[in-house]
Design a protein around this ligand. Structure first.
Ligand code: HEC
Length: 132
């Protein structure tokens, strides 16, 4: 009897609540931009997009400038800054927390697909540079 009640509560009360909660998480902007399903990220495209949108701070060679940190750094490996961190940085900007360069502004002209190409480029260069 008790178990049946619990089941009913789960079905009619808790699941809708969960749905509402997850929708408000979306509304709160925690939503992570996702590339199109089946997109094949292209590092060559990513290189061009990086040079146009990121290099003035992160460096044409990804080694950083006086405006922003190097991407060829262990702190930006996937283990510490996942692809989601890149998507969120481009969408929302970044408050300074690792370095003394100040805030990174959002780059609203880029789509999630553009950022996926940029990530492919950055990961490739990190690998080539042997960052561990
Ligand atoms: C105006 C300068 C500027 C531009 C342009 C810029 N960044 Fe940044 N970015 C920064 C700074 C500064 C930080 C470091 C913030 C900190 O941790 O102190 C940063 C941090 C990041 C991070 C780490 C985010 C985190 O969660 O710590 C990522 C990823 C990143 N940038 C990617 C990009 C990409 C990709 C582009 C181009 C689409 C880009 N940035 C363009 C200045 C810039």
């Amino acid at each position: 009897m008790q178990i049946e009640k619990l089941h009913t509560a789960l079905k009619y009360y808790m699941l809708p609540t969960l749905l509402v909660v997850s929708q408000s998480v979306f509304a709160a902007g925690i939503f992570i931009p996702r590339p199109s399903p089946g997109l094949i990220a292209n590092a060559d495209k990513g290189k061009i997009l990086f040079q146009e949108n990121c290099a003035r701070c992160h460096g044409v060679d990804l080694k950083g400038t006086d405006q922003g940190p190097p991407m060829l750094h262990r702190v930006y490996l996937a283990s510490h800054h996942s692809d989601a961190a890149f998507q969120l940085a481009v969408k929302n900007g970044v408050m300074p927390h690792h370095w003394p360069f100040g805030k990174m502004p959002a780059v609203p002209t880029l789509t999630a697909d553009d950022v996926a190409h940029i990530i492919a480029y950055v990961r490739g260069e990190q690998f080539k540079a042997g960052i561990k």
